[in-house]
Design a protein around this ligand. Structure first.
Ligand code: DON
Length: 581
């Protein structure tokens, strides 16, 4: 960063901003050198500028936030193949200006022929990689049906009006940014066993370099079929046949009936309250909403705003809250259509207070004490969070105040690596989010039990936490992120930065993050997230601190009370972009 002294104008501007902040709680960025993206009539924040721009165009053409979100969803399926998708699933939390709210669940489902031991060998051990790559890893995709449900119930435009930007991007191509180029080069090598993936995304061994135009004619054709026939163009007919053929050739079990039977679900968001903000987030099959609200409830007994931000006390409180929520996640959370998730109990203050009863200042509560598990779970103490994680979040708000918070994924980077023959899109590896065996950690080091065991047609447990925060009946923040197990704690930290530390949303997103997930019993921190003295104090108190790569890519929006408009906060940890309208 350029030294302050050489930037007198910014210094003056920042001083002015600081006085505004002190007077009115400005939601502008005090630390960012570049001015934040501002939109008087709406805002779209997404993984890349092309996708965000697709959403802005729809807003400018008179569409509402839901129309724009569907446009962004389809555009990301073209511009961001590692995670944007039509071959995966996601969650969309909606809050309409008139107060209606919805949680659209288009999570993938286990195929009808799935069974709980499908990832175990004859001696009952989990076969490494089987739930992550190849046909068996693939859950029945939900995105096309889910986006349609959003549009039909809350949008104002027809599919053909919102899918066109994506078709153009696929047909005419777009200049590949550095990150995508890098990812496609990686994919070209990693997917050697999947020739269709190498052909389409690796361009037969010649993946696009940064700045090169990347065209996807097969995907353009598939999207046109969807434009013509709606979801039937995906779940039935040629595309469906090709999908089944490709999955089965890669060893999978998805059938035409699985596709035909896929239905998204319109659910009610889980809700909570924190310091005057109403929290609306994703219910099961995500663990995110319940865990977020229960952690915020546990935090109510502490005065975070009086503690040093990222000092030893602050980090201890976050860690102990997270440890307890994630311990409970492993036992009680699963697809509520198949398992009785005790949602009300977990959201209650009685639960939060009981859970924190054994908290002791200055002393770690070891994870074994929080929820004793068997040997297998203890093995997971050795598990280390992997570094490459791909999912994507986009946030949209319109001039009427309708808001959309969507997280969508193929699970791991490029999903199962299986591309549907001649159709130009990748399939997810979401089956890994099930608990392949009780107590054995998945790719995110998360352990699960009976509640998240594989059953035919069941949805696998998720951590995706698309969330909207409302105050005085108006949307104030839209927050969400990728990051697997770190999603829930990232959403919480951004919100806490804004509320407790009174950071503008840009800074709230930018600040370094920390994470604990019960097992393994370590505090993960981004580089420079904690000072050496804080780390030393935590270690004296029984905590283990591990520096890892960046955590999440939060794409958020905040309301600006001064200008009465919207600030976009794309995360600098990725190629994210905010486009105001
Ligand atoms: O649903 C989930 O929790 C995971 N499949 C999300 C994966 C993810 O966030 C990977 N990326 N960053």
């Amino acid at each position: 960063m350029t030294p302050l002294i050489t930037r007198p104008f910014q210094l003056i501007a920042r001083t002015l901003l600081m006085s505004l902040f002190l007077i009115g709680g400005i939601s502008n960025s005090l630390l960012a050198w570049d001015p934040p993206a501002y939109g008087q009539n709406g805002m779209v924040v997404a993984h890349d500028e092309l996708a965000a721009e697709a959403g802005r165009k729809v807003l400018a053409a008179g569409g509402n936030a839901i129309d724009a979100a569907v446009a962004v969803g389809y555009a990301l399926a073209v511009t961001y193949p590692p995670a944007g998708n039509i071959g995966g699933g996601g969650f969309m939390v909606i809050r309409m200006a008139d107060g209606r709210m919805a949680a659209i669940d288009y999570r993938e489902k286990a195929p009808a022929r799935a069974n709980r031991d499908m990832f175990l060998d004859d001696s009952g051990r989990v076969v490494p990689g089987l739930s992550l790559q190849g046909g068996l890893a693939v859950g029945v995709p939900g995105t096309v049906a889910g986006l349609q449900m959003a549009l039909d119930n809350y949008g104002t435009m027809k599919l053909k009006e919102v899918i066109n930007p994506a078709i153009d991007l696929a047909k005419r191509g777009f200049p590949v940014n550095f990150y995508l180029s890098y990812a496609l080069h990686y994919l070209n090598q990693a997917a050697a066993k999947y020739p269709e993936t190498v052909r389409v995304f690796g361009r037969d061994g010649n993946p696009p370099k940064p700045g090169e135009i990347f065209k996807q004619p097969d995907l353009a054709r598939t999207l046109k079929t969807i434009r013509r026939k709606g979801p039937a163009g995906f779940y039935q007919g040629k595309v469906a046949e090709k999908l089944v053929e490709s999955v089965q050739a890669a060893g999978g079990i998805i059938s035409l009936e699985d596709l035909e039977n896929y239905q998204p679900v319109l659910r009610r968001p889980v809700t909570g309250e924190y310091k005057g903000y109403q929290v609306l987030s994703m219910p099961p099959p995500s663990s995110g909403g319940i865990a977020l609200i229960s952690m915020l409830n546990m935090l109510k007994q502490f005065e975070l705003d009086t503690m040093d931000w990222h000092g030893a006390d602050y980090v201890q409180v976050l860690t102990e809250v997270e440890r307890r929520a994630y311990a409970d996640r492993s036992v009680w959370f699963g697809d509520a259509d198949y398992w009785p998730v005790p949602t009300e109990t977990l959201l209650s203050m009685a639960y939060a207070n009981t859970r924190m009863a054994d908290f002791v200042w200055g002393k770690a509560t070891p994870s074994e004490m929080v929820q004793p598990l068997g040997d297998a779970a203890m093995d997971s103490l050795k598990a280390v969070l992997r570094e490459s994680e791909e999912t994507t979040h986009y946030s949209v708000v319109d001039k009427w105040g309708n808001a959309v918070s969507t997280t969508t994924t193929l699970n791991w980077t490029f999903g199962s690596l299986v591309t549907v023959n001649d159709c130009g899109f990748l399939l997810n590896d979401e089956m890994d989010d099930f608990s392949a065996k009780p107590g054995v950690p998945n790719a995110f080091g998360l352990v699960g039990n009976e509640a998240n065991a594989i059953q035919p047609n069941k949805r696998m447990l998720s951590s995706m936490t698309p969330t909207i925060f409302v105050k005085n009946d108006s949307v104030r923040y839209i927050i969400g992120t990728p990051g697997g197990s770190t999603i829930i704690t990232s959403v919480m930290q951004v919100f806490l930065n804004a509320i407790e530390e009174r950071m503008g949303i840009v800074d709230a997103v930018r600040m370094p993050r920390v994470h604990h997930q019960w097992l393994p019993d370590v505090i993960y921190i981004e580089p420079y997230a904690l000072g050496p003295e804080t780390i030393a104090a935590l270690e004296r108190n029984g905590y283990r601190v591990v520096i890892r790569s960046t955590i999440g890519e939060v794409n958020a929006i905040g309301w600006d009370p001064i200008f009465k408009g919207w600030i976009g906060a794309p995360d600098q940890r990725g190629a994210a972009a905010a486009v105001g309208y």
